[in-house]
Design a protein. Sequence first.
Length: 344
Amino acid sequence: MSPATYTILLSSLATGTVITASSFHWFMAWIGLEMNTLAIIPIISKQHHPRATEAATKYFLTQAAASALILFSSMINAWQSGMWDITQPTNPLSSILLTMALTMKLGLAPAHFWLPEVLQGTTIPTALIISTWQKLAPMALIYLTTNSLSPTILIMIGTLSTCIGGWGGLNQTQTRKLMAYSSIAHFGWMTTIAPMLTNLMLLNLMVYTTMTTSLFTMLIMTKSKTLQNMATTWTLSPALTSITLLTLLSLGGLPPLSGFMPKWLILNELVNQNLILVSSIMAMSTLLSLFFYLRLTYITALTLAPNTLNTTHKWRFLPNSPRLLTITVPTTLLLLPMTPTMIQ
């Protein structure tokens, strides 16, 4: 793919997200989502490999179905109320259809099956885009319509997503599938807190995006696609291996790292709302996610090969450290002391 084409596609991605996030008319929001979908399809399938074509087809079918549900929901609402305003979905049927569509768009349980397969079938940089940037437009719609969506349904979807995200990642050996289940779990936390405090949802989204960008950037630098590849990253850069360890622990939500902050605040709010059972289930499901993060941490930084491994000698390639890490890594690791200033 030529640089000019790639630039146009990335610009279309950015434009689609901005249109959706800044629109108050359902038709414009739908146009932004469609621009997002149509721009990412060539990026997913650019490898000209059957696996990439399969991933692009699954992504297109899922996103097209979700966009059709959003359009159908907005048309029902306009038919009943005569308004196309995003913040006024008054019809219960349109509200339920919109919730289903956003669940499919974000890859939340029980409509999560497409996300691990799509991430596994594409490159690591494209997986980063799907896990972070492609989730911003649906989250913007949840932010705009959260007062009209059913809190019970959102909490059920979020709790189920945190459990599925923990269970699904236990038996995975591919780093992209691990990050897919990590995405499902984290967006489950955001969906659960959305009906109560949208500022906590946005804070969690910001922290998750930063942590995921850091880890994916490290995977790109070390060319690590499996757990076996992660076991040899210490030969490439010991400092990068140490940072990867801390980033994984932050994704798991261990204090005193940044990943602990949104989980702590969300659990606190759930307890204040007397949702004791929901907060207990989500706290227990975090232990499942923490298990595969710790396993990845152990393989990456706490084991040394006793002899030469039958894998690519990574020490032959000098690491190309992008400047992006200088911004994302401190935010990933050191945000917890700033909690009082961020929740005001």
